[in-house]
Design a protein around this ligand. Structure first.
Ligand code: ADP
Ligand code: MG
Length: 700
């Protein structure tokens, strides 16, 4: 049976080499089992037949019984089209083809009863249907037919090449016949019983040929559960294996560095959330398994000090640490921030980025290898082969989503015993998504902001109100505050964006003239050194206004800046808007965020503006973001397609996800190797999946 399912798809009756090639290329269907697991994305009612005089101009798919009474080719400016007049006892309509005329002319039978299916459109009260699906009434009667006819995902090429929905449907029917529906159960019997899940066979049959609406719902539920269950099983198992087998350095000592800092140099009292998280990290690093922990905390929640204190524990145990950031500006900020915090600790902290000079670089390489360098901060430059630590004990990675999984493990390879890994992210990831993406990581959350912060006031203003906004800025500057004005950036190299920014800069320079006002500007076409110099001027209070593209998105910390103006705010995603807003509200003063847009907004843009003005809570915003964009897009372009789910949807099916996760956890706790007889099927599926679809295939 299993072997049969591995048969190449072209051997299925009705496929052959040509269609096989198309199915592979267009839909990724290589084998029988791929076709079985190719699920419809919606269902339509095909028990109902419409009369031509009942048609409505509503874009719904309908099915009509009638005959083709005439056929003609019409010449048009934009090319030929084939028109057939289709009639039933109530009226006439037109069927249109823009392609494939020869084949259709040859195969269409005049005055024979057909069932046609497709979308109708009306023009001058005349209905027409383009590229209808057609079936002879005789055939139609014989085919499996239900109230919920499946509609499969398709592509333009497939439609053009005649692989219609009906063809796919037929192929799946054929497949069910050839395989006699002997699909193996994958879930343990007691689980089916407990959760009232229908068997695999029944589920697969009903997903393709729903017998009743209830059975369809049950089939969907069962298959969603199964999909999420096996992902969770892989993630959790991976986590357990890491805990048990991947030995880590055991940092048993909490010594002079940590305690000295804690007792004498803490610049402020830690929040409870910070304390809790530090404890979690201490526990992890104190056991002798490798730590893999994700630290989530909204912008400004105080992750930096947590990172430092974790690195001090490593130091107390005689190990080096590194901190890797996604951009030079951010690495630089971390370097300055950590150096300041650790000012009186007498430890050696250095910065390594792409622009580190050769001489300095050489010293760093040496000090790393002889162990006199304690903490190294930097960008991707840390991953270069030349960078060799004497004993790397902890790697902190900031802004995880910009580094791929591969890079994470590249840090590993630097030692025989891998360092502990602490991944920090300011992008609040909804818990359900975090679980599915980072199920192999343990998660710590700083869910509390340092005390005394005034919530940032956010407003949405139209461009037509700019004068009032400028007046407001002038008042704030008069009070001694500083202002960010951010322009969108779709692509750093796009001259359009650059022009927007420069136009803005010019007009702002006119409205805020020297010598009363001074303005900084930072954008992607500047050299890192220039950017840094300009950032410095602003952070030292030498300029009042910082005009920038989104390069300031992450990490920049200027507590005296109290206003964030975001131009063309509709062009930013929610999480980006939230990140930008997090650049203000870092000092004691009331801060503001002003979202500037034109009057014309899409409904999604409106939702984004409303969400931003309604809440400062990053997690709430992330939830809305997830709903608007869907999980694949949450992390931005680089990691789109982050979760290749076949049927489940992380947002809509989060209850099923939780359930699946809980069960996967319980089962693995009881039977880590899935060796119990009742888990044999599950184990087999699990092994196949890990071989074929390693979990990293789900994650970018
Ligand atoms: P993020 O989590 O965004 O990296 P940072 O670590 O940069 O946040 O902290 C933001 C600001 O809050 C910094 O100026 C930091 O000194 C300050 N801060 C952090 N923790 C506390 C605290 N417990 N009490 C007061 N201020 C704090
Ligand atoms: Mg930070």
């Amino acid at each position: 049976m299993n072997n049969l399912l591995l048969t190449p798809i072209e051997y299925l009756k009705g496929v052959g080499p040509n269609r096989g090639e198309l199915l592979r290329k267009e839909l990724g269907i290589h084998k029988y089992e791929d076709l079985i697991n190719f699920y419809p994305n919606r269902y339509i009612d095909r028990t109902r037949y419409y009369k031509i005089n009942e048609l409505q101009n509503n874009n719904a798919d309908v099915q009509i019984i009638g005959r083709v009474i005439r056929i003609k080719t019409v010449e048009q400016k934009r090319g030929k089209r084939l028109v057939a007049v289709f009639a039933d006892e109530t009226g006439e309509m037109e069927l249109l083809w823009f392609q494939g005329h020869k084949w259709i002319r040859e195969s269409l039978k005049l005055n024979t009863v057909y069932v046609i299916f497709g979308k109708c459109t009306a023009f001058n009260n005349q209905y027409s249907m383009a590229h209808p699906e057609m079936e002879l009434l005789e055939e139609h009667k014989n085919s499996l037919k239900t109230a919920m006819q499946p509609v499969y995902p398709s592509t333009e090429t497939l439609t053009k090449r005649g692989i219609s929905n009906r063809v796919i449907n037929k192929l799946i029917q054929q497949l069910f016949q050839e395989t006699h529906q002997l699909f193996k159960e994958t879930l343990p019997p007691y689980l089916l019983e407990e959760l009232k899940l229908i068997p695999k066979n029944l589920a697969l049959f009903n997903i393709h040929f729903p017998q009743t609406p209830e059975l369809l719902a049950k089939a969907q539920y069962r298959l969603k559960f199964e999909e999420l269950f096996f992902i969770q099983l892989q993630l959790i198992a991976k986590n357990m294996i890491q805990k048990n087998k991947i030995k880590g350095h055991s940092f048993e000592i909490v010594g002079a560095h940590f305690n000295g800092f804690y007792k004498n140099h803490l610049p402020f009292e830690l929040t409870n959330a910070q304390k809790r998280v530090i404890k979690e990290i201490r526990n992890d690093m104190g056991s002798n398994a490798q730590m893999n922990r994700l630290l989530q905390g909204d912008v400004g929640s105080g992750k930096t000090i947590v990172a430092l204190m974790s690195m001090l524990i490593a130091l107390d145990n005689g190990f080096q640490s590194c901190l890797m950031a996604p951009t030079e500006i951010l690495a630089n900020q971390h370097f300055m921030g950590l150096s300041e915090l650790a000012n009186e600790l007498n430890i050696n902290i250095k910065l390594l980025t792409g622009s580190t000079k050769t001489a300095a670089r050489k010293i760093i390489h040496e000090e790393l290898e002889n162990g006199t360098l304690h903490i190294l901060i930097g960008t991707h430059a840390l991953l270069e082969d030349k960078v060799k630590f004497q004993n790397l004990g902890l790697a902190v990675i900031d802004e995880q989503h910009r580094f791929g999984v591969e890079q994470r493990s590249k840090l590993w390879q630097k030692n025989t015993i891998p360092p502990h890994i602490l991944v920090m992210t300011a992008t609040p990831i909804p818990r359900t998504l975090a679980m599915s993406l980072y199920g192999d990581l343990d998660i710590s959350v700083i869910d509390e902001l340092p005390p005394g912060r005034k919530p940032i006031q956010t407003v949405h203003r139209f461009d037509s109100n700019r004068l009032k906004v400028w007046k407001f800025i002038k008042d704030e500057i008069a009070l001694g505050r500083q202002i960010y004005i951010v322009y969108p950036l779709i692509n750093e190299s796009e001259t359009m964006d650059y022009k927007d920014l420069m136009d803005g800069y010019e007009s702002i320079s006119r409205d805020f003239p020297l010598p009363q006002y001074s303005i900084s500007i930072v954008h992607g076409q500047m050299k890192p050194a220039e950017k840094d110099a300009e950032m410095q001027r602003f952070s030292q209070g030498k300029t009042n206004i910082m005009i920038a593209t989104t390069v300031i998105e992450v990490g920049v910390n200027v507590p005296n800046a109290s206003v964030m103006i975001i131009e063309s705010a509709e062009r930013f995603g929610l999480s980006q808007l939230h990140q930008l807003r997090g650049r203000v509200g870092r000092g004691a003063e009331q801060s503001y965020c002003i979202l500037m847009t034109g009057h014309k907004l899409s409904s999604d843009s409106k939702t984004r503006m409303e969400t931003m003005t309604a809440t400062n809570d990053g997690f709430e915003i992330a939830e809305v973001d997830l709903k608007l964009r869907g999980p694949g897009d949450l992390m931005g372009k680089q990691q789109s397609g982050i979760l290749n789910l076949q049927i489940a949807d992380i947002v809509r099916d989060r209850d099923i996800l939780m359930l699946a996760r809980n069960y996967a956890m319980t089962i693995l706790k009881k039977d880590p190797a899935l060796k119990l007889p009742e888990h044999l099927n599950t184990r087999e599926t699990y092994i196949q999946l890990t071989k074929k679809k390693n979990i990293w295939n789900y994650i970018s």
